[in-house]
Ligand binder design. Structure first.
Ligand code: 3HC
Length: 310
């Protein structure tokens, strides 16, 4: 029986069909999906903080409304992904505990500060741009609930990227001071955005199995390269410079060559030593604690409803 259920699993993955929650799956497949989906959900929730920081200071009502809509979208993405992770038998309460006790990972990119309004543009254009490059292939992930969550999320991400590009375009073509503010934001966000795609393929312990199981469809380096190739012409339209002196079109490869990424910085941030790691986790913990009374009230209300309905 073990042999046939493993065969059935392998055939389903090989046929590009979907593994669904009630299907048998290898423990290691379940484990790596919980790992990735929980971190993805945490990234969405923590990702609300850098931008939330500017909602009260947006330069116009239009910009405030757009930024509020984007931050609310991120919250929704987090909830879809926690729900998708729960189909694998984990509980979002436990996942949230891991996030607020600092033991869970979330995307390194959100551990950087957002000192100016132009950072909202850089996050939209670069961070959401990178998220799209990474998430579109995930709509073809072998695990059904994750792939389906990605379809909805990718639709909303394209609005996020567009509004970021537009913020930068306006600033870049504004006063000299505004142009400089946009350029400084790109200088701060370019390299950390490349790190979002994960370590180089030869330092990526999860990639081989993730790709064999068709969770990861393209390698970290492949998607990073795709992102760089996409950004260079867009930066030209923005009239902003990408802060990499070694960026150069390589006609032979059909891609842009680029300079070395500071992987020490990446692994430092993963260890919790980024500029904002402690701030992000303590803010999340405070929000969770401040929200305890709401959860208790909602649970008590639901119980009362159930009692009166019975
Ligand atoms: N930040 C934090 N941790 C990272 C990371 C990053 N940018 N990149 C890699 N890591 C971690 C991995 O989680 C892994 O640690 P673990 O084994 O303890 O989980 C370790 O570094 C080695 O990396 P691998 O390449 O072996 O790991 P993966 O195969 O999981 O690849 C990944 C990493 C490409 C990020 C993959 O997990 C993935 O595609 N995740 C889903 C996408 C995602 O999380 N995106 C977050 C972007 S932010 C976002 O979506 C918000 C947007 O709406 C703005």
């Amino acid at each position: 029986a073990d042999r046939d259920r493993q065969d059935r699993f392998d055939e389903t993955v090989a046929a590009e069909s979907r593994i669904e929650p009630r299907d048998w799956m290898p423990d290691a497949y379940r484990k790596t999906l919980v790992r990735q989906m929980a971190q993805h959900a945490h990234s969405e929730i923590i990702g609300m903080q850098p931008e939330g920081n500017w909602i009260t200071r947006a330069p116009s009502l239009k910009r405030k409304a757009i930024l509020m809509a984007k931050v609310q979208d991120e919250a929704g993405h987090g909830l879809y992904l926690y729900s998708a992770a729960e189909t694998l038998g984990v509980d979002r309460e436990d996942l949230t505990e891991q996030l607020i006790d600092g033991s869970a990972k979330y995307s390194s990119i959100f551990n950087y500060p957002t000192p100016t309004w132009a950072d909202m543009g850089a996050i939209g254009w670069l961070v959401d741009g990178a998220a799209i490059v990474n998430q579109v292939p995930l709509t073809r992930c072998s695990y059904g609930p994750y792939a389906r969550a990605m379809v909805r999320i990718c639709k909303e991400e394209s609005f996020h990227q567009r509004q970021g590009f537009e913020i930068l375009y306006e600033l870049s073509h504004g006063t000299d001071a505004q142009h400089e503010m946009a350029q400084q934001a790109i200088n701060r966000w370019w390299w950390p955005s490349l790190m979002m795609f994960g370590p180089p393929d030869d330092q990526s312990p999860n990639s081989a199995r993730s790709m064999a199981w068709k969770i990861k469809r393209f390698s970290n380096d492949e998607l990073r390269q795709r992102f760089i190739d996409m950004c260079v012409p867009q930066a030209e339209i923005l009239g902003l410079d990408i802060p990499d002196p070694e960026l150069n079109w390589n006609a032979e490869r059909g891609h842009y060559d680029f300079g070395p990424i500071d992987w020490d910085e990446f692994f430092q941030v993963l260890k919790g030593h980024g500029p904002c790691n402690a701030l992000r986790v303590s803010h999340r913990r405070r929000a969770h604690e401040d929200g305890a009374w709401v959860r208790e009230a909602a649970a008590a209300h639901a119980e009362k409803q159930a009692r009166t309905a019975a």
